[in-house]
Ligand binder design. Structure first.
Ligand SMILES: N[C@@H](CCC[C@H](N)C(=O)O)C(=O)O
Length: 287
């Protein structure tokens, strides 16, 4: 029997397992069973809450961050980063009393380094604001060359972006409906560019939203989880790509995903990802 909490950020949902001292024998098969939407609890991934010092991938960060987000995709694979995961992880730490808000941002260790989380919207920067939103600075995304994804028999050119984990951001050409793309199957990609797989974002322009510089629509096919309602690191990759296409070095981008709206504030050093992060249930597995 294992105690769990269920939470989500704009519909990107997670089973959260508190395992402060690393005593849970978590395996790919256990994670896949927990995430199964018919035979398990159902989720896009698992967030194990473990002290950084107690996990081999977190120990190097233990002096900087007490807690390590041990993130697993729904298929049992692990990933370096999960933007929405860090926001929901932070909500869990604050709600459970394992951590308190820290001026300058609560440090969270991930496989891609330490990120900082604040309560409040992305545009509040480092201010600690009482708010439903949680924002995390994932650091400036790195944009590389171009590559191609194939979906529905279409080859779509995209930008390669590293947000700690790999992304390919593909604008949808005029005449192709974003909502019409078949994402029930994995898009094709170039394994020479993405030897460890890739998260593929599909993007279309949207009407301006007040308080932001740009507004786009996004759907995503996530490595290890399939199509999800939201992907935070993907939204950061999309925001950075959209700003560059608009000739801007910094700005605020609203990214609408099927599960809601994420707001990303990007400059040369940071990318604050903001949006709702909520816990919805607690329980025990029966085995
Ligand atoms: N949904 C996440 C990303 C989760 C990891 C991804 N599937 C990968 O394998 O890199 C997010 O919010 O960033």
């Amino acid at each position: 029997m294992v105690q769990f909490t269920k939470g989500h950020g704009t519909g990107n949902d997670f089973v959260i397992l508190a395992d402060p001292d690393g005593e849970l024998p978590l395996t790919p098969a256990t994670v896949a069973a927990l995430c199964d939407r018919r035979r398990g609890i159902g989720a896009d991934g698992v967030l194990r809450v473990i002290r950084a010092a107690k996990h081999p991938d977190g120990a190097a960060y233990a002096a900087e961050a007490e807690w390590f987000m041990d993130y697993w995709n729904a298929d049992g694979s692990i990933a370096e980063m999960c933007g929405n995961g860090t926001r929901v992880f932070t909500r869990y730490l604050l709600t459970s009393g394992l951590a308190e808000p820290v001026q300058g941002g609560l440090p969270i260790a991930t496989r891609s380094g330490v990120v900082r989380a604040v309560v409040g919207p992305a545009t509040a920067g480092l201010a600690v604001v009482a708010d439903e939103e949680i924002s995390v600075d994932l650091g400036a995304p790195r944009l590389y060359g171009e590559s191609t994804a194939t979906v529905d028999g279409l080859a779509l050119a995209g930008t390669v972006v590293d947000c700690g984990n790999p992304h390919l951001v593909c604008p949808v050409p005029a005449g192709v409906e974003l909502s019409g793309l078949d994402l029930t199957r994995a898009p094709g990609f170039d394994p020479a560019v993405f030897p460890a797989g890739v998260n593929v974002e599909f993007v279309a322009p949207a009407e301006p939203v007040s308080g932001t510089d740009l507004h786009v629509l996004m759907r995503v096919y996530e490595r290890g989880s399939g199509e999800t309602l939201s992907c935070g690191s993907g939204a950061v990759a999309v925001a950075a790509t959209a700003l560059r296409a608009a000739g801007l070095r910094a700005g605020v981008v609203a990214v609408d995903v099927p599960g809601g709206r994420l707001t990303i504030s990007v400059d040369s050093e940071s990318a604050w990802l903001g949006g709702p992060a909520v816990l919805v249930a607690e329980g025990d597995t029966l085995r």
